[in-house]
Design a protein around this ligand. Structure first.
Ligand SMILES: *[C@@H]1O[C@H](CO)[C@@H](O)[C@H](O)[C@H]1NC(C)=O
Ligand SMILES: *[C@@H]1O[C@H](CO)[C@@H](O)[C@H](O)[C@H]1NC(C)=O
Length: 320
């Protein structure tokens, strides 16, 4: 059985902001009822992402020469643009750090990263994912920041991250310059899941500066360039809490501001049918959720999530 529909906006994941800070730590305690402190958790989350992006682009010139880029089929100009993106990310780090410092808020420190790319093509693919994911994080953050000055600054960075994502897709990859008519807001836990393969270890003091509920979901592994209307393998850890008789697993294909849902099928090797209407949507986030078999009250929120999101691309060229 297969079913898909565009679900309304209110089913989009919400950002989990529970502000209980349980464990003792040397850093400043935040009062969650103080909106300035809530803002600082969001800004520290964004700073976490900017630290990662800055490290990603700083590592690149040590791994790849301009000539290596050209040999891989890119241009000298592309190489220059990626260096410039690294300069932007470093500027974003400084900006967020100084904003937090000005508000007398503690700041998260950089983590130890493991970037898996070892050739220019994998570097460009990772950059495409990171830029889209970080744009989605800024998009979602706008709904949670209270201070208007932070809002304007966050929107200013959001715009540039979206331009980066657009550049990477349209120029070096000669593909879609945007995804749909909308960007895709993702929850902090979803963002963390997408970046966690790149993060090895973070300073222990970071956790108390971020939302206490922040936690990555189990990874979902699927083909990153799925073909619409075809069956695709899904690999993820079995749900920690077994499904009841009335429950089933579903795949949510989150694209722009819409969601298309398909059924998880098979035993042993789990599969699903890639929705036909994912064609030409560009970047799409794929989530495994649990819900009642009849799909009543099916939600894409963090509480319903079993694995993912995974980042996949349905590219389109000039003929779309
Ligand atoms: C925040 O406000 C809630 C509801 O008024 C209250 O129960 C809680 O104790 C407050 N938390 C802190 C840390 O002040
Ligand atoms: C899906 O998994 C099955 C069983 O492990 C395997 O035989 C098949 O080749 C896989 N299909 C793809 C497209 O990877």
């Amino acid at each position: 059985m297969r079913f898909h529909s565009i679900l309304p906006l209110f089913l989009l994941p919400t950002l989990p902001l529970r502000f209980t800070i349980a464990h003792p730590s040397p850093v400043k305690r935040l009062n969650p009822n103080n909106s300035a402190n809530a803002d600082s958790q969001v800004l520290n989350f964004l700073l976490t992402l900017e630290h990662l992006e800055r490290a990603f682009y700083l590592a690149a010139p040590q791994k790849y020469s301009a000539q290596g880029f050209v040999t891989a089929g890119y241009t000298i100009s592309d190489y220059g643009r990626f260096r410039q993106m690294g300069v932007h990310e470093a500027s974003h780090v400084e900006f967020l750090e100084s904003s937090l410092a000005a508000a007398r808020m503690d700041r998260v420190q950089p983590c130890v990263y493991s970037f898996l790319d070892n050739d220019p093509k994998l570097f460009v693919a990772a950059s495409l994912m990171l830029e889209n994911v970080v744009a989605s994080a800024y998009n979602a953050a706008l709904a949670y920041i209270k201070d208007k000055a932070y809002l304007a600054a966050t929107a200013s960075i959001f715009g540039v991250e979206s331009r980066h994502a657009s550049f990477v897709s349209a120029v070096p990859l000669a593909s879609n310059p945007w995804n749909t008519a909308y960007e895709t807001p993702l929850s902090m836990n979803q963002i963390l899941t997408l970046i966690s393969p790149y993060t090895q270890q973070c300073p222990a003091s970071n956790a108390a500066l971020l939302p206490a509920s922040l936690q990555a979901f189990p990874q979902l592994t699927i083909d990153t360039h799925p073909t619409p209307s075809q069956s695709i393998n899904l690999t993820f850890a079995p749900p920690a809490k077994p499904l009841s008789e009335a429950e089933s697993l579903f795949v949510a294909w989150i694209s722009g501001m819409g969601v298309v849902v398909t059924q998880v099928e098979g035993e042993g090797q789990l599969t699903t049918q890639v929705p036909a209407d994912m064609a030409d949507r560009g970047a799409v986030y794929v989530l495994v959720v649990r819900g009642s078999k009849d799909m009543s009250n099916l939600r894409m929120d963090d509480a319903s999530t079993e694995a993912g999101p995974a980042f996949v691309v349905f590219p389109f060229g000039g003929d779309a």
